[in-house]
Design a binder for this molecule. Structure first.
Ligand code: THU
Length: 142
């Protein structure tokens, strides 16, 4: 799916709302659902799963990325994330980085300020290229 492919955002948002109904949130009572389409057209979803050791909480995006790989891998082409009222929310900083790792180039991303790209919400992101570049300089030095 190219970054200009039309996306049925209301269907994707409905899938995120449904995913959020499975959230395990005894501590925050703040359910989150995430839904995405893969480049090959699969729907993947996730919900947040909290823990009494708060820092171990899994955001909805974590479950979605696990589902991406469990269901065949590939990359995310369109993504949306909602709270328990069905309102779009922005992924936390950590999850923006998580999405960078698994997004297709130009992934469409429905946000509180309209459809955006990940580069707009996490500019100059750290990525695999930084590691590759560094390692290449190490090889040429030896
Ligand atoms: N949460 C997510 O699932 N994704 C985000 O991007 C932001 C925060 C969850 C974590 C926690 O269970 C609850 O929202 C309140 O922070």
């Amino acid at each position: 799916m190219a970054d200009t492919t039309p996306v049925d955002w209301s269907a994707l948002r409905a899938a995120a709302v449904e995913a959020g109904t499975h959230a395990y949130v005894p501590y925050s009572q703040y359910p989150v659902g995430a839904a995405a389409l893969t480049e090959d057209g699969r729907l993947v979803t996730g919900c947040n799963v909290e823990n009494s050791s708060y820092g171990l909480t899994l955001c909805a995006e974590c479950g979605l990325v696990s589902e991406l790989h469990r269901s065949g891998g590939g990359r995310l082409a369109a993504f949306v994330c909602v709270n328990g009222s069905g309102e779009i929310i922005m992924p936390c900083g950590r999850c923006r980085q998580l999405l960078v790792e698994h997004a297709a180039p130009g992934m469409q991303f429905d946000t509180v300020s309209g459809v955006r790209t990940l580069d707009e919400v996490l500019p100059d992101a750290f990525g695999r290229g930084d590691i590759d570049d560094y390692r290449a300089t190490q090889r040429s030095d030896s």
